[in-house]
Design a protein around this ligand. Structure first.
Ligand code: SF4
Length: 1362
């Protein structure tokens, strides 16, 4: 290859090299980011062809070693094909000559032409300068084709004279005898075809029509041979065009690589394709499709407060411009240079003696603000003052100003796979070293190594490594961001890059960037925001995509800021110790185990090992047979059964130990080989998979062979007990998933050499006594097999549930929470403490999206905490709102949730931040005591702004009741607020109301003011319905026994709505609530948490007896229930005026998530509103927000702000306005399926079905939760979905439109396509058949689609779904 290249490189103008695999020693390099200078020569290969600037006027582009010839869309270009070295040389000089006429040439050089030494033209420069026949003008020539042909001919003639070598637009290889057909060959090589009339085309565009017509005269068929694999070839089209009017049959052969042209010739098909398809590079064009996912970033770019230009945005480029970064950079240079000129001209006009005063003033003002946002306005004023300009400088100044240079623009180049794929790695250095104030946004779209879809061989080209180049420069703003992990970080990075006066590089992670939503990304996964979010988290949490910002202009040593939240502390320390670059360059993403939290993990592991040894030593004192009990459990039941088995075994003298499946996965062969007896107890997850903590062992056993185990299991006896639900998968073909892990495991163990200890046992939730039906005989067979069945055992006292033990032992909710918080070796706290912290208003959670990938790396889960505030009635001040906003930023994940219980909830708070966050909440005069746990929780009340004094009454009642029923322990203040224990602990805490075991389960209360049932009063353990007479609350009707929690398929559990038991006067209401709570405290089921709520207590005791017990404690009888009517349980959006004249605005915050996203900037908006609002913020139980008590004078300003931030937008469908979802993934540990992140996407599709029927504004209460706990109250919605497994939901219908009736299970496991297919005909029918105003929930019952649920106890009746 080098000889031809070396020769060509000596030609005049050969001054530019484009990335090709061979270097050209004698050519001088130009900055590849600048547009090509005129008459330059570009060497490239076809893979880089699409990055060539589109406007290549007077240039020569040599495409070396080409397998195909691509047409240029430029009408001012020749396309030449060379098949021999001599032809290549001659064409090269010919092209240079043609370039003198402003014509560019694309020269395709076949591989065969690259080796061999051509005869060169002596005095080539002299020849190039010699005159050629004059041409007719330039691009204004109406017949560009003729002009190009003339130029070619003139240059060819001149070259013939100089070299005596004829230059022809095609070469004919005659065959004797003359065949009947002619083959026009546009391939860059000559195929070996005997007996064929082959015409090698050299001038492929424009095709010389007359010459071609002449050449094919006398043939009866024409065949066009060209490369390609599409519908038809462009060369074929140009031949058809050239032969227009003749009646030749013209066939097309499209050749790929290794084509069999002879066979294709023998076919008679009009189009034949042969060989494997070639990649199809193209010469730049402007019609570029940008994947919608990229708009996540470009929208943020566009939100810049300063004027901005994306230099290679396809949307704003003209046809002759290119999207390549190289071209864009050239534009940037020009823009910056022209602006400098503008500044210089302005200064010189100022100095000029004749400058008019108004011009002087206006220009001085502009110069002062020229780099600020006001520059544009000042420029306009200057332009006005200048008029048409009175001097040459003034005229030039005006010309530049009118080109848009008055305002300083932020210049961006976007490097995306879709429209500027070439990140010009060879020249990035030039761009960054330019010192220009210009920013690059580069997308990385590769999967991380933790992705389930990661390629086995990771790509060697990683865009994230560009950060290294940039950081090396030292003065380049550099950041690595991910919109799906840290939205605020992206905005920060973009704005910082813009503010920085030099070059900036923002690397943006966008997994599956080139996939449109809905496109498959493999293995049943589909591209979409959720998958992108999960993939991003895996990349970020694993350290593969560290998020950071390096701002050379930052002061106080804050140049390097790490934004990756999960690894913040550990990695920060690491980066302090190590070079930033070394971390970023690592090919392997592993964050060293000793560096991240794993240092702690190792300590924890060591501690655990020590504890296990001590435990083993204790057990070894037993002299019975050994038994290893292994369990895999997601929900905790299999774990509980296993623990109980171990304790029963010990009572029989069996030397039993307990392990989780995956605890022995790493050394399964040895661990089991060391045992004589092992039993495996496993539940089922997902579609018949092992629970999460059993997957490693299952996988390992799957890879073992009997040979690899040899004799080591010859003494091992095993048994397996599985726990499942035969009704879980309603379709017959899915029955195989029932107890699948156990059914697979037992034969597998036997096939690997173990023998049977006891037969396989399969527990079924559908059996009369649940899984225990099968478990009891299985356990008995186990004791028989171990020879201990005859041992007389006094069974342990009835087991007290673990939670009750924890409460008793906690010393009034202290436990070891303080010690756990101080332990920085792990992000977690102990399991018992995790139960206790709930009483303090915080739950430990972990990020479910990345749990598996962290486990795979041997790291502990990404633990963080959720904090829930206690805020009775959901009322707070603007100051408190601002405090919440700050807490989310400083301690959480920058967002917060307005919950269905009218309070604030923060997520993603790592342990180190837990205490500071609690303190900040208390400082704002809110607290978190009893926001969760087995106590009375946040008391809700109807937000009823139109009747403010009624609201005030019920609000005061809720607040007083909440205070009255608070736990009295001082543990909260000791732990979180650093208050000392009273008198050194001599004075013990006392819980006069709760006692040391508190309540059996959570306890919820709400107060409703008819006709508004927004709080869904019947779903609460205790409800108070205010009875208003003569504009005054005269008392409350009382309901008891509501509750939403259910366990899937466990028909002993059910949702329930409260029963009305009577009426109480306002002064008796708190006492009534306390009495109900006391009866529940003393009668609730403490043995089984699934049966512990008040609803079960009432149904067990019966309502009359329960009421009697309550009245006994109350010391009074309830009065008869007073009449009332509810008409709605959704929010009343928009402005309403209260009796006192003040205004209240209810806004729609989808699913209560307060955040800034690319769609809305609600968090920022509400922050600004909070700074001016003088009334209150009120949270609704439907997760929306009311700005309450806006005075008429303040209303215009509030309206302006609502409009500014889009918070006044209520133009949503009735369905969306009535929808709500719980948090679920990624933070809720109980979630089985998506909810908050998914419901808006589902609503998009369901509301479309309604819109198709013309029902956009009709309200249907639709709710979704990630698990059957039902936090968003799905069980009384008109349509509801409760997660069962990822993407699969139990579907309910028939709830009351204002919360008065439970729904009923309709379909057991539906996916999105099924949901849409089911709802479409239902909506159609409803619209056709409904009575006037009949709600959907009522209609489905009247139409017989579903039976009504009249009481919780018949929730599961008359339906097949479960
Ligand atoms: S309903 Fe279930 S998944 Fe949703 S937040 Fe409540 S517990 Fe979590």
């Amino acid at each position: 290859m080098s000889s031809l290249l070396e020769t060509l490189a000596t030609l005049p103008g050969a001054s530019y090299t484009h990335p090709i695999s061979t270097s050209i020693p004698s050519s001088s390099k130009l900055n590849p980011y600048l547009p090509l200078p005129s008459t330059s020569t570009l060497f490239t290969d076809s893979s880089f062809l699409h990055t060539v600037p589109a406007n290549t006027s007077s240039s020569v582009v040599h495409v070396l070693g080409s397998e195909s010839v691509i047409s240029s869309r430029d009408k001012d270009s020749l396309v030449l094909i060379s098949r021999t070295p001599q032809e290549a040389y001659d064409h090269s000089v010919l092209a240079l000559k043609v370039a003198k006429s402003g014509i560019s040439t694309f020269h395709f050089v076949g591989s065969a032409a690259l080796s061999g030494s051509p005869t060169i033209l002596p005095n080539v420069e002299e020849w190039l300068e010699s005159s050629t026949p004059a041409l007719n003008g330039h691009s204004s020539d109406p017949d560009a084709e003729e002009r190009l042909n003339s130029a070619y001919e003139a240059a060819a003639l001149s070259l013939l004279k100089a070299t005596r070598r004829a230059q022809r637009p095609f070469v004919t290889h005659d065959s004797n005898p003359k065949p009947s057909r002619a083959i026009l060959n546009f391939l860059p090589y000559t195929p070996e075809l005997s007996g064929e009339q082959l015409i090698d085309i050299s001038l492929a565009s424009p095709l010389p029509r007359d010459k071609v017509r002449h050449a094919v005269k006398g043939f009866s068929e024409i065949i066009v041979l060209e490369s390609g694999s599409g519908k038809y070839g462009p060369a074929w089209a140009s031949v058809v065009d050239a032969l227009e009017g003749s009646d030749y049959p013209i066939r097309s052969i499209l050749a790929g690589s290794n084509p069999d042209i002879a066979s294709a010739l023998s076919s008679s098909a009009p189009v034949s394709r042969t060989g494997s398809p070639l990649p199809s590079p193209s010469i730049p064009k402007t019609s570029i499709t940008i994947p919608s996912a990229e708009s996540k970033y470009t929208d943020l770019l566009a939100s810049s407060p300063s004027p901005l230009e994306i230099l290679n945005d396809p949307a704003s480029l003209s046809a002759s411009e290119s999207t390549s970064p190289l071209y864009a950079f050239g534009k940037a240079v020009a823009i910056r240079r022209e602006r400098e000129q503008l500044v210089e001209l302005a200064k010189s006009v100022l100095k000029a003696p004749n400058t008019r005063t108004e011009v002087h003033e206006a220009l001085s003002q502009w110069l002062l603000v020229r780099d600020e946002a006001a520059s544009s306005q000042a420029g306009e004023k200057a332009e006005k003052a200048l008029g048409e300009g009175s001097s040459a400088d003034e005229k030039s100044l005006l010309e530049l100003g009118r080109k848009g240079h008055w305002a300083k623009k932020n210049l961006w180049i976007v490097i995306s796979n879709s429209w500027a794929q070439d990140l010009a790695s060879s020249g990035l250095h030039h761009a960054l070293a330019s010192g220009l104030d210009i920013n690059l946004l580069v997308y990385e779209t590769a999967s991380s190594p933790f992705s389930p879809l990661a390629p086995p061989q990771p790509s060697r080209e990683r865009k994230k490594d560009l950060a290294l180049y940039a950081l090396n420069m030292g003065d380049v703003y550099t950041s690595s961001v991910a919109v799906y992990a840290d939205f605020a970080g992206v905005i920060n990075a973009m704005r910082e890059a813009e503010a920085y006066p030099g070059p900036g590089l923002v690397l943006a992670y966008l997994p599956w960037g080139d996939k449109e939503d809905g496109q498959s990304v493999g293995q049943g996964e589909v591209a979409g925001p959720l998958e992108r979010l999960r993939e991003t988290k895996r990349a970020v949490s694993g350290g593969w995509w560290p998020m950071f910002r390096w701002n050379p202009a930052a002061q106080d040593g804050k140049q390097f800021i790490l934004d990756s939240p999960a690894i913040k502390t550990a990695l920060s320390q690491f980066l302090d110790r190590q070079s930033h670059l070394s971390q970023l360059t690592r090919a392997s993403p592993a964050i060293d185990a000793s560096v991240t939290s794993s240092k702690g993990t190792e300590l924890v592991a060591a501690r655990k090992e020590k504890a296990k040894r001590a435990y083993d030593a204790l057990l070894n004192s037993l002299d019975g047979p050994g038994l290893l009990v292994l369990y895999a459990s997601d929900g905790g039941t299999a774990e509980k059964v296993s623990k109980r088995l171990v304790s029963r075994a010990k009572m029989r003298g069996v030397n039993a130990t307990l392990q989780v499946f995956d605890g022995i996965a790493a050394n399964a062969v040895e661990a089991l080989g060391a045992e004589k007896n092992a039993v495996f107890i496993t539940a089922v997850a997902g579609q018949g998979e092992s629970p999460l903590n059993g997957r490693e062992l299952t996988k390992k056993l799957g890879t073992l062979s009997a040979d690899s185990i040899g004799e080591s299991w010859k003494d091992l006896k095993v048994s397996v007990f599985g726990m499942g639900d035969s009704n879980y998968w309603p379709r017959k073909e899915d029955y195989i998933y029932y107890n699948k892990p156990a059914k697979d495991l037992f034969p597998r163990l036997l096939s690997l050499g173990a023998s049977e200890l006891a037969p396989l046992g399969l527990g079924d939730d559908q059996d009369p006594d649940g899984y225990m039906t099968a478990y009891k005989p299985w356990e008995a067979s186990l004791w028989r097999a171990l020879g201990v069945d005859a041992v007389e055992v006094v069974e342990a006292q009835e087991e007290v549930v673990a939670n009750e033990h924890i409460k008793i032992a906690s010393d009034y909710l202290r436990g070891t929470i303080l010690e756990g918080l101080a332990d920085q070796s792990t992000g977690a706290i102990g399991p018992s403490d995790a139960q206790l912290t709930k009483f303090h208003g915080t739950y430990m959670q972990d990020d479910r999206d990345i749990r598996e990938s962290l486990t795979a790396q041997g790291l502990e889960p990404a633990y963080s905490f959720m904090i829930r505030c206690r805020m009775p009635g959901g009322v707070c001040t603007p100051e408190q709102w601002l405090a919440m906003d700050r807490i989310a930023d400083e301690h959480g994940n920058s967002t917060f949730k307005l919950t269905t219980r009218q309070t604030f909830q923060f997520h993603g708070i790592i342990k180190k931040h837990l205490k500071p966050a609690m303190q900040a909440i208390n400082k704002s005069l809110l607290d978190t005591i009893a926001a969760c746990g087995d106590v009375n929780r946040n008391v809700q009340c109807t937000v009823n702004p139109a009747l403010s004094h009624i609201h005030q009454t019920v609000y005061d009642f809720s607040k007083n009741m909440s205070e009255y029923l608070l736990p009295k322990t001082s543990a909260y203040h000791e732990i979180w607020l650093d208050k000392k224990q009273v008198a050194g602990g001599e004075v013990a805490d006392l819980e006069p109301l709760y006692g040391p075991t508190y309540l059996p389960r959570k306890f919820k209360m709400a107060v409703a003011v008819p006709p508004d049932n927004g709080v869904d009063v019947f779903t609460n353990d205790v409800g108070f319905i205010a009875i208003v007479e003569n504009d005054k609350v005269v008392g409350y009707n009382v309901t008891v026994g509501g509750g939403m929690g259910v366990t899937h398929s466990n028909k002993k559990t059910y949702p329930r709505l409260g029963d009305l038991i009577g009426f109480v006067l306002p002064e008796d209401a708190i006492k009534a609530a306390e009495s109900i709570m006391i009866v529940q405290r003393d009668n609730g089921n403490r043995q089984d948490r699934k049966n512990a709520r008040l609803k079960y207590t009432i149904d067990r005791m019966t309502l009359p007896i329960f009421k009697k017990e309550v009245e006994a404690v109350f010391g009074k009888s309830f009065q008869p229930v007073r009449p009332f009517e509810f008409t709605t349980n959704i929010d009343n959006y928009g402005w309403v005026q209260g009796r006192d004249g003040n205004w209240h605005f209810t806004m729609f915050i989808e699913n209560g998530r307060v955040e800034d996203s690319s769609r809305n900037q609600f968090k920022s908006g509400l922050r600004e509103i909070a700074t001016v609002h003088k009334g209150q913020f009120r949270l609704t139980a439907n997760q929306h927000l009311i700005l309450a008590n806006v005075t008429p004078e303040d209303k215009p300003e509030i309206e302006r702000l609502l409009k500014k931030w889009g918070l006044d937008n209520l133009n949503h469908s009735g369905l969306r306005l009535s929808s709500s979802a719980c948090v679920a993934f990624p933070t809720c540990g109980l979630a089985m399926a998506e909810s908050e992140r998914y419901l808006p996407l589902l609503v998009d599709k369901v509301e479309k079905l309604l819109e198709d029927e013309g029902m956009r504004s009709d309200s249907i209460v639709m709710r979704m939760t990630g698990c059957p706990n039902g936090c968003a109250r799905p069980w009384n919605a008109e349509i509801a979905f409760v997660g069962k497994a990822p993407g699969s939901y139990l579907m309910m219908l028939g709830g009351g439109h204002h919360g008065e009736r439970l729904s009923k299970p309709w379909k057991s496991s539906v996916t999105e396509p099924e949901i849409l297919a089911l709802l479409k005909p239902l909506f159609k029918q409803w619209i056709a058949e409904r009575n006037d105003g009949e709600p959907f929930g009522d209609w489905v019952i009247r139409a017989g689609i579903i039976k009504a649920t009249t009481h919780g106890t018949n929730f599961w009746a008359e339906t097949d779904a479960s």
